[in-house]
Every structure is written in structure tokens, then in C-alpha cells.
Write a protein that binds this ligand. Structure first.
Ligand code: ZN
Ligand code: FE
Length: 254
């Protein structure tokens, strides 16, 4: 049985997620940009919070943790970042086995945006919470890590089943789509996804979560290993990391 996932807009362009297991009554949130909208979801549905999962230390992912946490709530985050996260009840690292909402979770160490950024994969539900590592049509800026690190992080996420739901941290998709079109203006999957995104934003609908298969087909940062993309950049003979670094450099200046 799959967990119910609620996408919760927070602050100006963040997303947090609420996960609920109707059989066990357990409820988790992934990231807490702001406690109020999450409390609202929990109240509206009559759900009692059991776990808070933190992806990384940036304020727009942890600011509401102290307000939201309460007795009996387990706060989970990266061991490597324990010194700069709210107090953790459980620390995790690459490969940690974890049970959340009655489901086993695989923890991926996904550095690049920050050192210590982790992603949480729920294989039974088929969802990965990738925050500011893998985003809809984009990836996070490299504030702390190197192109090598981020490419390795994205490559690990790309290896998940293609039908995986990618729950990312921000509504940046329209700008990401405009950028993607400068890299691969003739990619037909990209052209049709850009139309869908434009329509969704015109209707004020969120563009996340997204499907991993769609990211692999259209997200330029996941396509640094694709020969046609390399050719479009005049980098036919460059290695994947060098192509990834060039795409990231262009996006930073876009
Ligand atoms: Zn961040
Ligand atoms: Fe963020």
C-alpha cells in the first residue's frame, strides 16, 4: 500500500511534503520551511505528526522545525550536518535503513547543493524526496559541493525506477524550463513539457512532484551524458562531469 503524499506550498516558492499511512496512522513531513501551512494540513485531516525528515541545513527547509516538533515526534537528518541542523533524534547517512510511516526508506547522500544534503527514497510508495538536489527541470546551485559531487548525486537518483515520483523543494520550474530550451531547443519531449509547465503556471497549479522519466527526458542537468546534448554544446568529446559543469555554469549566468 502506498503512502498518501500531500504537497504543501510554503514561503514564496518552497514545497514541503506530508506523508501519511492510513493503516498505522503515522504521519511524517519532509522539510519544514514554515510550520503554519503544515500544521494546517495536519489539523484539516486530523493527522498526528510522528516524524520530521530534514534534507539539508538551509533555513528555507528547517526554519519551522522547532515550532512543528512536539513530544513523541522524531526528527531525522544527516549525521554529517548534525552540527547545523535542529537537534536530531536520529541521524542518517548513505545507505541507512530507516522505517518511516511503516515503510522502509533508503537514504541517499546527495551532496552538491550543500555538503550533507540527503534524499529519502520510499521504494514501496515509489517516491523520492530530493529537495534542492534534483528539482523539476533543474538542480540546486552548487553552494558547497563540486560538479563532480552533484553529478554523482544526480546519477544515483537517475538510477531509481523511471516511474519514481520526484518530490523536490521549489517551484522554479518555469525558469528552469526557459533555461532548458536554450540548451536543447529541438528536444521534442522538452518542447511539449515546456507547454505543460507554462499552462500549469498560468493556472496557478504546482509543477511538482514530477516523474523521474520526464526529468531524464527533459532536465538538462540529467542529460550531461547524452551525446546529442554534448554535440549541441560543442562538447562531443568531453566527459559527463565537464558537460554537467558547463550546463551549471550557464544556468548560474542565465
Ligand atoms: Zn537549499
Ligand atoms: Fe531551498
Amino acid at each position: 500500500m502506498s503512502l498518501e503524499i500531500v504537497t504543501v506550498p510554503c514561503l514564496s516558492d518552497n514545497y514541503a511534503y506530508v506523508l501519511h499511512n492510513a493503516n498505522t496512522g503515522e504521519t511524517a513531513v519532509v522539510d519544514v520551511p514554515d510550520a503554519a501551512p503544515l500544521k494546517q494540513v495536519l489539523n484539516d485531516r486530523g493527522w498526528t505528526l510522528t516524524d520530521i525528515l530534514i534534507t539539508h541545513h538551509h533555513y528555507d527547509h528547517i526554519d519551522g522545525v522547532e515550532d512543528l516538533r512536539g513530544p513523541g515526534v522524531r526528527v531525522i537528518g544527516a549525521a554529517a550536518d548534525a552540527h547545523r541542523l535542529p537537534p536530531l533524534d536520529q541521524t542518517v547517512e548513505q545507505g541507512s535503513d530507516l522505517i518511516v510511516c511503516g515503510e522502509s526508506v533508503q537514504v541517499f547522500d546527495t551532496p552538491g547543493h550543500t555538503i550533507g544534503h540527503v534524499s529519502f527514497y520510499f521504494p514501496d510508495t515509489g517516491a523520492a524526496f530530493t529537495a534542492d538536489t534534483l528539482m523539476a527541470m533543474g538542480c540546486g546551485r552548487l553552494f558547497e559541493g563540486t560538479p563532480d559531487m552533484m553529478w554523482a548525486s544526480l546519477s544515483a537518483l537517475m538510477a531509481l525506477p523511471p516511474e519514481t515520483t520526484i518530490c523536490s523543494g521549489h517551484e522554479y520550474t518555469a525558469a528552469n524550463a526557459r533555461f532548458a530550451m536554450t540548451i536543447e531547443p529541438e528536444n521534442p519531449d522538452l518542447i511539449s513539457r515546456v507547454q505543460q509547465i507554462t499552462q500549469a503556471r498560468a493556472d496557478n497549479r504546482p509543477t511538482v512532484p514530477s516523474k523521474l522519466a520526464d526529468e531524464i527526458a527533459t532536465n538538462p542537468f540529467l542529460r550531461a551524458n547524452v551525446p546529442t546534448l554534448k554535440a549541441a554544446l560543442g562538447m562531443e568529446h568531453a566527459d559527463d562531469v565537464a558537460v554537467f559543469a558547463e550546463i551549471r555554469r550557464r544556468k548560474d549566468n542565465f
